[in-house]
Design a protein around this ligand. Sequence first.
Ligand code: F6R
Length: 271
Amino acid sequence: MEVVILKNSDQVAQYAAELVGTLLKSRSDAVLGFATGSTPLALYQRLVADYQAGKISFKTVTSFNLDEYLGVAPDNPQSYRSYMNRELFDQVDIDKQNTFVPACRDNENPHDVGLGYEQQMRGAGGVDLQVLGIGANGHIGFNEPSSSLRSRTRVKTLTRQTLQDNSRLFARDEFQPKLAMTMGIASIMDARKILLLATGAGKAGAVADMIEGPLTAMCPASILQMHEHATILLDEQAASGLQNRDYYDWANVQNESLQDRFGLLADPIGS
Ligand code: F6R
């Protein structure tokens, strides 16, 4: 695990956008995994700005989103499809035919939709770079605590805490979905590279459990300890619960000097 601690959320977004930009420049047909929520918004704003400045293109990119609410139509502004269109897809040159969200229509069997989504990801050659946020309870995607560490795309019931955390995004009398289709933990782990972003003090406990706690289904993000190429980007607040903080900073100084001498040490995505 590479743990990078930056001053604030702006720097986290900038660092993440540079990593995505570097990938798109070396592989214009990259397969990107996207997350929704508040955390990646600043990243998407930077990607839009980089696209507008002519630095990057999404023309031949394929994307897979982590999750989608069940019982929410794609054109509902609360759907994750709408979120992605609004925050990124409508503002860049991506071909929407190549953007996938694990949406399950009312007449569809969620089990079949899950299997189909896994097949689509495999058919696209797998995800090169998966962007993740983390829930205050340690979830990734909507894999809530106690999710199987080998799970694949399926329906999950959201915990009361997640519903409470996300209630800020719904009006008082608006329907708030309690079920979602989500990539499983094994699906996420298949990505060649993981980029998890966490900002704000509310994530400090989950971040400490993810990085320094035991590997346990009770903190689904702790599975990233087993990923060969996981980069965790944190702002100071999200990093505030880490005990090993000095080491991460020290290791990054060493990594930078190694990179200056030898270039990128490991490129999981390759060429
Ligand atoms: C979103 C997702 C979730 C969020 C997490 C953090 O697609 O899968 O795991 O990343 O709930 O959400 P925010 O960023 O709103 O704190």
